[in-house]
Ligand binder design. Structure first.
Ligand SMILES: C[S@@+](CC[C@H](N)C(=O)[O-])C[C@H]1O[C@@H](n2cnc3c(N)ncnc32)[C@H](O)[C@@H]1O
Length: 332
């Protein structure tokens, strides 16, 4: 960014010293700061900060690259849904895809992706389309249906970024007969935890003698991300399978299932913590289980509205409701 520098009028209190000893007027400084603030507000509204942590997650990139290399065959057309920086599409091209269509719903991200693709010398094979996948059509946006679909629209609770409806649509309209999908499948594991500090991320009582419990009307009923190792907590049950999906074969429609937890430690249940195991290709997987400090994904936590006591040996069965954008454990 080019800074506006005014003449040095010898009044240090009214200007900001910039490189070279010149002074910028307070008005110019304020205006530059306002512009910077506006720019940041806009960018941070449009582009989530986790993009950076995600791109720096080396295991994630390496696993996706390995999966792409496993599936790619000569002359394949790859569809990269939610391309972000364009990374996965470029890795597909690196491993031999003859054509990659990379779509991205956020215009600011799509524009940068287009430039990244160009600067890495992939513009002849990777085409960035600034659209949501559900608006793509064969012929207008893709030369033909894709042989391989790759996507990483996966949040800490697996389904929160809309992978289920996105793949449902893509399988029907964009993927060729016999085509493959990365990721292939996923399993979500869940456990009951005791942790008053985690519960307090979503629950208040009083502060300085003031009763603020009504604020709990604003608490979340759904899961949110928690970096579990930064909080004290105790598992009350072993992990149970809460949800399983085969992205290529299952209907990917909303489902309901029961999950049974066997309590191993008596205590107070404050929340359900869950995480995924994502199978990208045979023998290639990614997960965000508690205690893993390397993955950029946090763990998903759904706090129970009212903490309840559990006793070792008892079984607790909860209903898991999977919708197009959430997994929710019905606790009553
Ligand atoms: C988690 S990021 C992954 C980015 C990139 N694929 C990577 O792995 O580095 C997901 C991106 O997908 C975009 N996105 C989510 N759903 C989409 C959809 N249905 N069509 C196009 N873009 C989508 C989001 O805006 C976001 O930039």
């Amino acid at each position: 960014m080019i800074e506006t520098v005014t003449e040095d009028v010898g009044r240090p209190s009214q200007g900001t010293l910039v490189r070279g000893g010149a002074r910028r007027s307070d008005a110019a400084t304020a205006s530059a700061e306002r512009a910077l603030l506006e720019r940041d507000r806009h960018i941070r509204g449009a582009v989530a900060r986790w993009h950076f942590a995600m791109l720096n997650d080396g295991e994630r990139s390496a696993s996706y690259e390995l999966a792409l290399a496993t599936f790619l065959r000569p002359n394949m057309h790859v569809l990269d849904i939610g391309c972000g920086s364009g990374l996965l599409g470029m890795l597909a091209a690196k491993h031999g895809a003859s054509r990659v269509t990379s779509c991205e719903v956020v215009p600011e991200i799509a524009e940068v992706a287009r430039r990244i693709v160009g600067s890495n010398g992939f513009a002849d094979r990777v085409v960035v389309v600034p659209k949501p996948s559900t608006s793509l059509s064969v012929a207008a946006d893709l030369p033909r249906r894709a042989d391989l679909l790759v996507t990483e629209i996966i949040d800490c609770g697996l389904v929160g970024e809309g992978i289920m409806p996105t793949l449902r649509h893509a399988r029907e309209h964009l993927l060729a007969e016999g085509g493959s999908i990365i990721p292939r499948a996923a399993t979500v594991y869940a456990t009951l935890i005791e942790s008053a500090p985690i519960h307090e991320l979503n629950l208040v009582g009083s502060s300085r003698g003031v009763d603020v419990r009504l604020f709990n009307e604003l608490s979340s009923r759904l899961y949110f991300p928690v970096r579990s190792h930064t909080w004290p907590y105790r598992f009350l049950s072993p992990a149970a399978t809460a949800f399983e999906v085969d992205f290529l074969r299952d209907p990917l429609e909303p489902t309901t299932r029961e999950v049974s937890f066997t309590v191993k430690q008596s205590g107070t249940c404050h929340a359900i913590m869950f995480w995924f195991d994502l199978e990208l290709a045979p023998g290639v997987s990614l997960r965000n289980q508690p205690g893993d400090q390397k993955t950029h994904w946090m763990q998903a936590v759904q706090c129970v509205e009212h903490a309840f006591d559990v006793r070792a040996g008892e079984a607790l069965t909860l209903t898991v409701l999977q919708t197009d954008s959430a997994l929710r454990f019905a606790t009553h």
